[in-house]
Ligand binder design. Sequence first.
Ligand SMILES: [Zn+2]
Length: 568
Amino acid sequence: MGLFLRIISVFVALLACCHATLAQDPIAQDPIAQDPLLDKPSLDKPSLVVILAVDQLRADRLTADLPGGLGRLVREGYVFEQATLDHGLTNTCPGHVVMSTGMNPTKTGIPGNNYIDHDTMGDRYCVDDSDAAFTVLGTSDIRSPNAITAETFGDWLKQQSQQSRVFSVSGKDRAAITLGGKSADGVFWYNRKAQGFTTSGYYAAELPDYVQQFNGKRFFEDGFGKQFPAAWAHGEGKSRKDDYIGESEMHSRTSTHHLNTGEYEERADQLYWSPYLDVATAALAKNIIDAEQLGQRGVTDFLAVSLSATDLVGHLYGPFSAEADDSLLRVDEVVGDFLTYLDETTDGNYILALSADHGVQALPEWLSDTGELTCPIEGGRIDAQDLVLNMYWNLYWEFTFPFGDPRDLIGFSAVGLTVNESYAKELGSSVDEVVASLEASSERTVGVKAAWTVSELQTSEDPFARLFRNSYVPGKSGHLITQFEETCLLWLFPEGTSHVSPYMYDRHIPLVFFGAQVRNERSSQARHSIDIAPTLGKRIGLTLPSDLDGKALDVWQPVADSDQAATE
Ligand SMILES: [Zn+2]
């Protein structure tokens, strides 16, 4: 079973590679003493900056005909229609940290959701920590932003405007923490073990009263879930019928899906896998604005919100499912309500950036039905367990025969294959020799497009090599990254779908700016989510770090014109 579990988190992408210089930790620098944001003229000073992430929202799902808030952002905002992630390993933790730091993952210390620490060969989570002081309230997990080696937008703001407040909220810890950063005043996320929204001891010793009230004693009795129905019901989808082969059976393949029934733990889990998670997250975001008076205090505040349900529903049923269609409409409604709340509380004086941390591949069964499956493997699903066992078998005969254990020689994570250097030496071999063997066997495998070593990625001009370089973090990323053929899905289960590849279905994301002084325009320029933090930071007059990968985009109405209009 241990092996089985290792394989799961594993391999979902096999990435890695090359050289990269880590940014020095800018947090250690002296904060800038003055508070420049306090003296800005009001036109130049939005009172609230918002980053709104919708987890797993593919660009093609964000359309102007959505009746609620997502549609409104498209109809009224500055829309970059060809925006992409500029890195190759597309999962949640790096996808969020690039929005908040303006840097590709290679400079942020966050290559993926999980990685193998080369020194200990231990499996690490992107926002875990070993300091018990950072225990998540109500659980035994330990979480902090300490693995992030770059500053975030919130860190810049707190350094340069001490009176500004910085908050972050999400259905997931890794989204809330990577968006909120190190100096946030409050970072909250939903946790099934805590059975409500919680935080880490890193940010606070206890939850503020308003979050405790929001949770209630039991969230479904006197807390945020008390109005939720017993089940999540929906109709047929616009692309296909509700019941479809390849969808997950975990929470039923068809409507209705249990939501608020059973034991407390069951309800907490059912909620997590439903669009009601976002209903709760957005409600808490409004509570934060109200309790902390964000955007209403004469300084510029910052709030990050990451809505997770699109991802969770997408993993189970795929992006063209009836569940995904219904979930999107509910998120659209939630966002509409949230925007109206921002309009009212800030008098419209806020700016907002919408994006996603990654997209997702459609179910292979759907791609097969629609003639879009190009994977050379029948059905499009690569069995991760077979692949790993085959790899262990080869390593056994080549390196660990007769009494060694190949499972100790390599570690799998979503950021590649990591070789255990000390064990390789013990066996009379080296990292390079093991990598060469793995590369050869990988490249013989049907469904594998390329297996990239670190040195190959350093020298290759292949566009995929550049993307993987942007994901590479020394000491965390694997020694070998396996790039599968387009539409081949590496997965442990014969149902559901995922993301993590460098292909456009995983990398093409929404990028919309919206709010005070934002032009209503559409652009086909290739821009990236790393442009969010510098664009927002420049707008409010922050001094930006000099080594950002992203650029400040011009999405604003010319100030001179506005001044003129005001005097005419
Ligand atoms: Zn995600």
